[in-house]
Design a protein around this ligand. Structure first.
Ligand code: AMP
Length: 545
């Protein structure tokens, strides 16, 4: 082999910190505090504080590879820990504040966190499991809604009292940088340990125009929490290109978010569908209230974005939704639903269909889907199979080595998502493999039904799940939340679906509920629905579906 003659420079997040400091010192970082006030900072100030935080953490005895946990909302200090822990050779471990204390105790103990940085507003939550995490030696409190409690270290005092000059160590690119746990609905959460290299390469994909397209002139507002899969890589991507960042803190209701989007002239934002469904309703109620003319991209992922929502934003408010699929195990971005140049001329309905799909892989991510025998299936847009991916930011194993069965012997990661892939490479998620509905030997896609139901004008949200059925094995049942003041009956919703689905796919029951149970990261919790309503057909003999 004739070797190339180029430099081997390790790909590390430290470069992003130095770049932001030396080139983009005046780019703003805005954080909303729990009381609603906005706190303004910039990359220059944050980079200086990152160096101090590194000195301080080293002074506390944090060593390379140690895990520094965060239990924080989205704000500038959280970003400082995101940068400082990896830059000093340690690992930032984001704890999900929506989890139960028992789950948090399990995760923090499993990660063997050495120190924890916790918001004062979340201190009560920390106290509920602190005793069960003996590895934690230092509790650092961000005084967001009051002073740090006794026996803890005040974050501001810690940073303020530390040496300003810190020589960032020269790290290997494969050194661990961040630890995120999956929020699985079954089994224990599993740790995914990102490396500097995976975070850097992932950031490049997030910045790429065919990725999420984050650039220096953007104002980025990650609504997706920083404890959910690195806020989809947006914080690191924003630092990489010096983009202004707006952190919404704990106020995630539609009026607060809309006001912030308008006031800070946000250009790119991201979150789960529930957030945007709420925003769409608010905009529909008062279409002229907010000036969102700067907002060019709303990234939606984490669960399927209903086509009606994507269309509603565009048609009624001139706003572009960018649908993306990812997983904690992928750092997390995998696919993005952009319409390829060669498909631009297609009819409007087809274009919407492409934008509502999960899209095609971003550069460096490869995909295939396989059947039960492990063989790759055809990209025909019809055949169901489990999505498998590989690439430089896909987990090669879990931290602690659980879940070995998710990694194939030929080097792919099994996502657990059941999909079709069409001849152009567009992926469509049919279901999580555990949520798939099998009725009389036929597979039914709950995601497709949910999408169609959410296209009905009276429906706010819908989750379709499998209920046991004495004759058909399983039958689909829909849990539906109606919009405020709207009405629609079972027969109407069934006929709405019958227009687009084979008869056997249409749910046999529509349950009208106040809300749909969710996971800590905003996904429908179908296990709960099955627990509660899984036996609705038990008493019936079962007729033709
Ligand atoms: P998490 O690790 O919490 O990000 O969850 C990853 C899982 O969320 C994926 O395996 C999918 O089941 C689901 N998911 C993420 N993005 C999407 C999307 N755009 N459409 C449908 N499901 C999604």
């Amino acid at each position: 082999m004739l070797e190339g003659r180029m430099m081997h420079v390790p790909l590390t997040l430290t470069h992003f910190v130095e770049r932001a400091r030396s080139l983009f010192g005046r780019s703003e970082i805005v954080s909303r505090l729990p009381d609603g006030r906005l706190e303004r900072s910039d990359y220059g100030a944050v980079a200086g504080r990152v160096a101090r935080l590194c000195s301080a953490l080293r002074g506390l005895g944090v060593r390379p590879g140690d895990r520094v946990a965060t239990l924080c909302w989205n704000h500038a200090r959280h970003l400082e820990v995101y940068l400082a822990a990896p830059a000093m050779g340690a690992v930032v471990h984001t704890l999900n504040l929506r989890l139960h204390p028992d789950e948090l105790a399990y995760i923090a103990a499993h990660a063997e966190d050495k120190a924890v940085v916790v918001d004062r507003s979340l201190y009560k939550l920390w106290s509920a499991f602190a005793a069960r995490v003996p590895s934690v030696r230092h509790v650092v409190v961000v005084p967001d809604d009051g002073p740090a409690p006794e026996g803890t270290i005040d974050y501001e005092a810690l940073v303020g009292g530390a040496a300003a000059d810190f020589d960032f160590p020269r790290l290997e690119e494969n050194a661990a940088a961040m630890l995120c746990y999956t929020s699985g609905t079954t089994g224990n959460p599993k740790g995914v340990l990102y490396s500097h290299r995976s975070c850097v390469l992932h950031s490049m994909a997030v910045c790429a125009r065919d990725g999420l397209g984050v650039g220096n002139d953007d104002t980025v507002m990650p609504v997706v929490p920083m404890f959910h899969a690195a806020a989809w890589g947006l914080p690191y991507a924003a630092v990489a290109c010096g983009a202004k960042v707006v952190f919404p803190g704990p106020r995630l209701d539609p009026p607060s978010l809309l006001e912030l989007l308008e006031r800070e002239r946000v250009t790119l934002t991201a979150g789960v569908p529930t957030i945007w469904l709420g925003i769409l309703q608010a905009l529909d109620r008062e279409p002229k209230r907010y000036d969102l003319s700067r907002l060019r991209s709303m990234v939606v992922g984490g669960s399927a974005a209903p086509a009606a929502m994507i269309d509603g934003f565009r048609e009624r408010h001139g706003l572009e939704v960018l649908h993306a699929w990812g997983m904690t195990e992928l750092n997390p971005l995998g696919t993005v639903a952009r319409v390829k140049g060669t498909l631009q001329g297609r009819p409007a309905a087809e274009l919407l269909e492409l934008r509502a799909s999960q899209g095609v892989p971003v550069p460096l991510v490869e995909q295939r889907h396989t059947g039960d025998d492990g063989r790759a299936l055809p990209w025909d847009g019809k055949t169901f199979g489990e999505l498998e991916v590989r690439g430089p930011w896909v987990a090669a194993s879990y931290f602690g080595d659980e879940g070995k069965d998710r990694f194939t012997s030929d080097g792919w990661f099994k996502t657990g998502d059941v999909v079709t892939i069409d001849p152009e490479g567009y992926v469509r998620i049919v279901d999580r493999s555990k949520d798939v509905i099998k009725s009389g030997g036929e597979w039914i896609s709950s995601v497709a039904l949910e999408n169609a139901l959410m296209g009905h004008p009276a429906v706010l949200e819908a989750a379709v799940f499998a209920a046991n059925h004495p004759r058909w094995g399983e039958r689909p049942v829909a849990a539906v939340v109606l919009k405020e003041g709207a009405s629609a009956g079972e027969a109407e919703l069934a006929s709405h679906l019958a227009a687009g689905f084979a008869k056997y796919c249409v749910p046999d029951r529509f349950l009208f509920v106040k809300e749909i149970p969710r996971t800590s990261t905003g996904k429908f919790l179908k296990t709960k629905l099955r627990e509660r309503y899984g036996d609705v057909f038990a008493a019936e003999g079962g007729g033709e579906p």
